[in-house]
Design a protein around this ligand. Structure first.
Ligand SMILES: NC(=O)c1ccc[n+]([C@@H]2O[C@H](COP(=O)([O-])OP(=O)(O)OC[C@H]3O[C@@H](n4cnc5c(N)ncnc54)[C@H](OP(=O)(O)O)[C@@H]3O)[C@@H](O)[C@H]2O)c1
Length: 310
């Protein structure tokens, strides 16, 4: 963390050290101070230097492991103590592990990193965000079981049973045959439900979602075998600008920045890879589902009290 006085508007971004988040951080640097929130101090330091080398570039970094609720609370407290003129928060952190993994709290690693951590982080910051602050979540169309390209890729949409079941790594039957896909799709569906719920609950702030398009070659596919990673990076990635629903981290970073810095009072909007409003799955369009996700998530997170955090 850097205690220098920051007078420019501050934009918080999580998961800025790779892929879409990195390009978004570089784009946000044109708008003010960027608060880089990531888990790897060396990568954060390198990105901070890169931003400082840009004309007028200003950045500071906060270390946070989003899979660990204690780390999330610490990072949020660190940011609050900086008393920055926060203008926006981009919740971008995300993983798609192909093997089962557990978080520090013993929860499913993808569900903890993608949903529980960002949810707790946002709830901790909300009381400290000035009116009109825009909070954007990087979501994913794979949450929708009716989305054809996602189904063709092996996804079967979000498979939510309950927050507790997700934390245990249990998904509704009839899911994907691909390991890790149900955990990823369910956690991204919970991101979207969070956006819609928070937009209703906190009208003084704005909450929006972006589906960044399929961006082959980012670190999201880091668990795939070497051949698939090679194909994603050197064959699929150059084709991305020309294929519907596909995108590049540079373009996705621009769309996320445009939505985040938008001055309108739009809230509760889900944008596609071109920045146009799109429809969520039938499931996330249900108020009952949204309320259940948020209520159950809060109940699960409440098992970690402030005293345990310290
Ligand atoms: N790529 C796509 O096709 C696609 C499509 C739809 C949605 N998305 C969403 O876009 C977002 C960014 O994904 P990406 O494709 O850019 O992937 P990426 O290149 O792997 O970037 C993920 C970022 O999250 C960070 N991260 C992972 N686990 C973390 C943890 N426990 N604590 C703190 N930071 C952590 C990574 O840090 P390290 O650098 O330290 O690993 C990295 O900065 C994700 O939310 C993803 O779900 C991606």
């Amino acid at each position: 963390m850097n205690k220098t006085k920051h007078t420019k508007q501050a934009w918080i971004i999580t998961g800025p050290t790779s892929g879409i988040g990195r390009r978004t951080a570089l784009e946000l640097a044109k708008q003010g101070t960027v608060v880089l929130v990531g888990r790897d101090p060396d990568k954060l330091r390198a990105l901070k230097s890169e931003i400082h080398a840009l004309p007028g570039g200003q950045a500071l970094s906060v270390v946070c492991d989003f899979s660990d609720i204690r780390s999330v609370h610490r990072a949020a407290a660190e940011i609050i103590a900086l008393m920055l003129p926060i203008a926006g928060l981009a919740n971008n952190v995300g993983i798609m592990p192909l093997r089962n993994g557990r978080s520090a709290q013993g929860w499913d690693l993808a569900f903890a990193t993608n949903h529980l951590g960002p949810f707790a982080f946002t709830e901790a910051l909300i009381p400290h965000l000035p009116d009109g602050t825009n909070v954007v979540f990087t979501c994913s169309g794979v949450e929708d079981p009716a989305r054809k390209p996602a189904v063709a890729a092996g996804f079967r949409g979000g498979r939510y049973i309950s927050a507790e079941a997700s934390a245990r790594g249990e998904w509704k039957s009839g899911g994907s045959k691909m390991p890790g896909y149900d955990a990823y799709a369910t956690s991204k569906q919970c991101n979207l439900a969070t956006v819609f719920a928070f937009a209703r609950e906190v009208p003084r702030l704005r909450f929006n979602a972006v589906e960044p398009g399929f961006n082959p070659g980012t670190g999201l596919g880091r668990d795939a075998n070497a051949i698939l990673r090679f194909i994603a990076k050197y064959v699929m990635s150059p084709l991305a600008p020309f294929i519907k629903y596909w995108s590049t981290p540079k373009r996705a970073g621009r769309v996320i920045t445009k939505v985040l810095t938008d001055k309108s009072d739009a809230s509760g909007v889900y944008y596609d890879e071109n920045g146009r409003p799109m429809l969520a799955s039938t499931q996330v369009r249900s108020d009952d589902f949204i309320n259940r996700v948020v209520t159950e998530t809060r109940k699960l997170l409440s098992t970690f009290t402030e005293t345990q955090v310290r």
